[in-house]
Ligand binder design. Structure first.
Ligand code: ADP
Ligand code: MG
Length: 481
C-alpha cells in the first residue's frame, strides 16, 4: 500500500509537506527557510527516496545536519522508504528574490510568502544563487549588499535595546577602534542585523574609502570551503588583508565546523592585532555558544558584549508608529495597541503583521484600517501564536504523563522516575520551542549543559528504547495539536 502511495506524486508531495511542517517546528523558521525549504521530493525506487537539493554546498550541509532526522520521520510515515538520498539538482524555485524594501512588493508578498523576507535570508540566498561552479569562480566579492532600510535613523531605541544601540553608535562613530570585537547577541528578529548594517552605512558615509565587509557566518564558511576545494586558501586569506571593518553575522552557525572555525580564529586574531574593527552577532552570548572552541569563545568575549532583550510594549508601539510613518500609512491607536499586545515574539513578526494589515487595506481599494479589520486579517496568524507550545505547558504535560508533579520535575531529585521525565521534557522543550538551552535550563533550575546532555541522552534512548520513543512521540503529538 505504501508503495502505491509513493507512486502517486501527490501523496509524495503530501508526505513531504507534513515532514516539512514537523521539521520547521523542530529546527525553527530561519534554519528551515535556509536549508530545508528549497528541497523538493524526487523519484522513488527500490526503497530509495530521492530528494533534490539546489546546490552541492547545501547538499553537504543537509546531509550532515538533517538527513538522519528526515530519514527517521519519513521512514516512520512510510516503512517502504529504506533510505533517503540527496541529489543536487537545480529547481525552478532557485530564483530567490532579493529582500523587500518597500511597499511595491506587498502584493507579491501576500501571495507568495506571508512572512517578511529578511536581509539575512537574502544573504544566504545570494550565496545559494551563486551555486554553479562557473559562477562561483567569478564571484570575487566578499561582502553581501547592505539593506538600505537598516540605518540608525530607522532604528527605534527603547529600554531593551538602548545599550546595544549605544555600543553600535560608538563603534560607528569612533575614529579609533573602541571595543574589539563588538559582540551583539539576542533572539531572532530583535535587530542585530539591522544594527550591523547601520554601523556599516554610517562608516561608509563618514569615509567611503574604508573597506567594510559584512557577511553571514554561513557565507564565510562557504567561501572558505570553496577556497579549500580550489586549493586556494592563500587567496582567501588575502581577501581579508585589506579589510578595515569585518562584520560576521550569526556566528552560532559556525558551530561544529572545525577547520572553518580555525580559519576564522586566525583571520580574527590577525585583524585584531592589526587594529581593525570586528563586529560579531550571534543568538547567544559567547560563553553559551554551542560547538565553538573555548579559545574562540574567550576571544569573542574579550571586547564588548551587548545583548538586546526581548521587546517591551513601549518599544513595540514605537516601532509600529515609525514603520507606519515610513510607509505613509495612518495607523489608529487602537490598532497599534492591539498589535503591540498580541505580537510580542519579535520585531520581524510585528512588522510582518503590520505589512499584512496594510497590504490588505490597500488591496481592497484603500479600505480603512480598523481594529475589526486587523483582527480579521490576522486571525490565522494569531491563532498560530496562541498555539505555540511553551515550556510550562511541556512540563505540565510530561509530568502528567509520567504521573509526577511539576515541582518534582524542577526539583534536584535524581531518581530515575523523576530524572527521565525531566530529560524528556527538556528534549521536547528544545524541539518544540525556539528557546535557547540556557533559557530552557532556567525553567528547570539547571544550567545549559544539563539540558544539552538531556537532549543527547533522549536522542540516544529514542533509538534504543522503543517504548520510550513511543512515549516521546505521543507527548509530541499531544503538545503539537
Ligand atoms: P536579527 O538580526 O536580530 O534577527 P533583524 O535585524 O533582522 O533581527 O531585525 C528584524 C526586523 O526588525 C528588521 O526588519 C529590522 O529592521 C526590524 N527591527 C529590529 N529592531 C528594530 C528597531 N529597534 N527599530 C526598528 N526596526 C527594527
Ligand atoms: Mg540577523
Amino acid at each position: 500500500m505504501a508503495e502505491q502511495a509513493l507512486n502517486d506524486l501527490e501523496s509524495v508531495q503530501e508526505q513531504w509537506d507534513q515532514i516539512c511542517s514537523q521539521l520547521k517546528n523542530e529546527v525553527g523558521d530561519v534554519a528551515f527557510d535556509s536549508w530545508l525549504k528549497p528541497l523538493t521530493p524526487g523519484t522513488f525506487s527500490d526503497g530509495v527516496m530521492n530528494v533534490c537539493v539546489p546546490t552541492r554546498f547545501m547538499r553537504n550541509w543537509v546531509v550532515t545536519h538533517y538527513s538522519d532526522r528526515i530519514h527517521k520521520i519519513w521512514g516512520k510515515k512510510n516503512p517502504e522508504i529504506k533510505s533517503v538520498n540527496f541529489i543536487v539538482q537545480a529547481t525552478q524555485e532557485d530564483n530567490y528574490r532579493p529582500y523587500h524594501s518597500g511597499c511595491g512588493d506587498l502584493i507579491k508578498k501576500i501571495t507568495t510568502s506571508p512572512s517578511p523576507a529578511t536581509f539575512y535570508q537574502s544573504g544566504i540566498n545570494s550565496l545559494l544563487a551563486n551555486n554553479n561552479e562557473f559562477m562561483a569562480n567569478q564571484d570575487q566579492s566578499l561582502s553581501v549588499p547592505l539593506n538600505p532600510q537598516y540605518t540608525f535613523d530607522n532604528f527605534v531605541v527603547g529600554k531593551t535595546n538602548e545599550f546595544a544601540y549605544a555600543a553600535a553608535r560608538k563603534v560607528a562613530e569612533s575614529r579609533n577602534v573602541s571595543f574589539n570585537p563588538l559582540f551583539l547577541y539576542s533572539g531572532v528578529g530583535l535587530g542585530k542585523t539591522h544594527l550591523m548594517h547601520a554601523i556599516a552605512w554610517h562608516i561608509k558615509q563618514q569615509d567611503p574609502s574604508r573597506n567594510i565587509v559584512y557577511l553571514s557566518a554561513e557565507k564565510f564558511m562557504y567561501k572558505f570551503v570553496r577556497a579549500l576545494r580550489y586549493k586556494d586558501t592563500t587567496a582567501f586569506k588575502e581577501q581579508f588583508r585589506s579589510v578595515d571593518v569585518l562584520m560576521v553575522d550569526d556566528v552560532q552557525f559556525m558551530g561544529g565546523k572545525d577547520n572553518t572555525q580555525e580559519e576564522f580564529f586566525y583571520t580574527f586574531n590577525s585583524l585584531i592585532e592589526e587594529g581593525r574593527q570586528i563586529i560579531i552577532s550571534a543568538d547567544k552570548s559567547p560563553s553559551d555558544l554551542e560547538g565553538i572552541e573555548a579559545r574562540l569563545k574567550s576571544r569573542l568575549a574579550c571586547g564588548l558584549v551587548a545583548d538586546i532583550h526581548p521587546t517591551d510594549f513601549d518599544l513595540r508601539i514605537g516601532i509600529l508608529e515609525n514603520k507606519a510613518r515610513q510607509l505613509g500609512v495612518e495607523l489608529p491607536e487602537k490598532v497599534s495597541e492591539f498589535l503591540a499586545q498580541k505580537i510580542t515574539s519579535n520585531i520581524r513578526e510585528l512588522e510582518g503583521a503590520l505589512r499584512r494589515v496594510i497590504a490588505h487595506s490597500q488591496l481592497l481599494s484603500d479600505k480603512e484600517i480598523t481594529l475589526d479589520m486587523t483582527q480579521d486579517v490576522l486571525k490565522d496568524m494569531l491563532r498560530s501564536f496562541d498555539k505555540r507550545t511553551t515550556i510550562d505547558e511541556i512540563q505540565k504535560k510530561v509530568a502528567e504523563y509520567f504521573n509526577i508533579s511539576v515541582k518534582e520535575m524542577q526539583s534536584s531529585r535524581r531518581a530515575r522516575t523523576v530524572a527521565r521525565p525531566r530529560q524528556i521534557a527538556m528534549y521536547l522543550a528544545k524541539q518544540l520551542t525556539s528557546r535557547s538551552l540556557p533559557e530552557i535550563g532556567r525553567k528547570f533550575d539547571r544550567d545549559h549543559t544539563t539540558v544539552m546532555h538531556a537532549v543527547r541522552k533522549v536522542e540516544e534512548l529514542i533509538v534504543e528504547d522503543a517504548s520510550l520513543a513511543e512515549s516521546v512521540d505521543a507527548l509530541r503529538r499531544a503538545l503539537d495539536a
